[in-house]
Ligand binder design. Structure first.
Ligand SMILES: NC(=O)c1ccc[n+]([C@@H]2O[C@H](COP(=O)([O-])OP(=O)(O)OC[C@H]3O[C@@H](n4cnc5c(N)ncnc54)[C@H](O)[C@@H]3O)[C@@H](O)[C@H]2O)c1
Length: 337
């Protein structure tokens, strides 16, 4: 039996594939290469030391997706494929609604046709909106401040409606906090296409001298050092969370949300100073105006993932910084343009 991993050549997908294979699972990657490159297949293979099947598939193409299910005996799906840039989603909402929502509807329809009823879905902590106060627990009221977040919120609702209407399904909605870090080999990491959205790729560019300084949006928030606070989580902890979620949905039916975070908050300035300490590189920065829509403090309540999935984040902020830097020096600088 094969686990289908959509968007498996992306940042989270590629690390999860490594974890799945190292824990003895058979996987098939599909990806349309819109935000990744085929070289990632070789890098995954270098890490796991075996061949990993990959098909270039556009999930908006229902027939192409159907062919995948015809050709492979798929038992469950981890669905990472989607666009993730908040800024781009504000500029091009239709692109986001179309890509993120239609591809998931296609996947559900085909899964139903082939009687595959287990799905782990990439959601995001963005569904907690900006009204809730941390630690953010799964049962809080949800809202989303931008089109990207709304695709995740709508998909969570669509998936739960679908599970309610169709007996025997199990879906895990994984709400990620702020994944950073890279595989310890330096072979895999975050490969942003175009302008990076997340903080760490910007830090890497500044530390390497490719950019002069880092912009920090807002330095006068009501936090200890005035910068926003985030729950940064190592990508390998996040990957392990998906393996545990798959094991959970093997045994439990229904639609359940799980936070994947560490339960600890670090400020943006904390992250920069830790990065400087562990790498010995300087990260010059300037504080600029607040960015509209930024949440001040985002920290996960991790109780549910700990008790239900038997999962807990292990890596420290220092590891996240060291591993990101190693990746950038090995491969990342060559690929991040
Ligand atoms: N990285 C984060 O900070 C973060 C946080 C919360 C949620 N997420 C969600 O997790 C998922 C994975 O994120 P990531 O950081 O690995 O992103 P990523 O961009 O690195 O990977 C996504 C992959 O999906 C592929 N893809 C996109 N649309 C596709 C389509 N229509 N058909 C086939 N393949 C397609 C891309 O080519 C890419 O390789 C996304 O759904 C994202 O919204 C990410």
């Amino acid at each position: 039996m094969t686990i289908l991993v959509t968007g498996g050549l992306g940042f989270i997908g590629s690390h999860t594939i490594v974890e799945l294979i190292e824990q003895g699972n058979d996987c098939l990657i599909i990806d349309n290469l819109s935000k990744s490159t085929v070289e990632v297949v070789q890098r995954i293979e270098t890490v796991v030391q075996k061949k990993v099947p990959f098909l270039q598939v556009e999930m908006l193409d229902k027939e192409a997706l159907r062919d995948v299910f015809r050709a492979y005996n798929i038992s469950s799906v981890i669905h990472f494929a989607g666009y993730k840039s908040v800024g781009e989603s504000i500029e091009r909402p239709l692109l986001y609604y179309q890509n993120n929502i239609i591809s998931t509807l296609n996947l559900l329809e085909i899964m139903q046709e082939f009687n595959v009823k287990k799905l782990v879905f990439s959601s995001s902590a963005t569904v907690y909106g900006d009204e809730n106060w941390p630690p953010l627990k799964e049962d809080l009221p949800l809202s989303a401040p931008n089109p990207y977040g709304r695709t995740k919120l709508m998909l969570e609702e669509i998936l739960c409606d679908f599970v309610t209407a169709n007996f025997g399904w199990s879906v895990a909605l994984m709400r990620y906090f702020n994944p950073i870090g890279a595989h310890k080999s330096g072979e895999l990491g975050e490969l942003p296409f175009g302008a990076p959205n997340n903080l760490m790729p910007h830090i890497l560019k500044v530390a390497s001298g490719e950019k002069n300084s880092l912009k920090i949006f807002g330095g006068n928030y009501d936090t200890k050092d005035g910068s926003c606070i985030r729950d940064f989580i190592h990508i390998m902890d996040l990957a392990d969370g998906h393996v545990k979620a798959l094991q959970y949905i093997e045994k439990n039916m229904g639609c359940e949300a799980f936070n994947l975070g560490t339960g600890r908050g670090y400020s943006v300035l904390n992250l920069i100073h830790t990065f400087e300490k562990v790498t010995g590189e300087k990260v010059p920065y300037e504080i600029v105006d607040r960015r509209e829509g930024d949440i001040v403090v985002s920290i996960a309540d991790v109780q549910k993932a700990e008790t239900s999935l038997g999962w807990k984040a292990k890596y420290r902020l220092e590891d996240m910084c060291k591993d990101s830097w190693r990746w950038y020096q090995t491969i990342g600088a060559l690929s991040i343009k």
